[in-house]
Design a protein around this ligand. Structure first.
Ligand SMILES: [Zn+2]
Length: 86
């Protein structure tokens, strides 16, 4: 999973939104995914990772330990990969 060169700062800055970190409640900039996939965000204030997921009308944040399996980007890939055996 080594992705390099996919982030472009110009577009990243434009698309950023500020979300409240579920751990420290401070605002941190987040670049939402183009689609409705949940993404990992690293809080600028406390350095913890949480999950941001686009929902109708906005973006929802979740602590990692509170996220259901399919909302965790890493585990989601594993689950979807394994369901392909028929
Ligand atoms: Zn935080």
């Amino acid at each position: 999973m080594a992705k390099t060169g996919t982030q472009r700062p110009e577009t990243a800055a434009e698309g950023a939104v500020k979300l409240n970190c579920p751990y420290c409640q401070k605002k941190t900039p987040v670049i939402p995914a183009d689609d409705y996939r949940p993404i990992y965000v690293e809080c600028r204030a406390c350095g913890k990772r949480f999950i941001a997921e686009r929902v109708r009308g906005g973006i929802e944040v979740m602590k990692l330990e509170a996220a259901p399996t399919l909302d965790d980007p890493d585990r989601r890939e594993i689950e979807l990969g394994q369901g392909d055996e028929e």
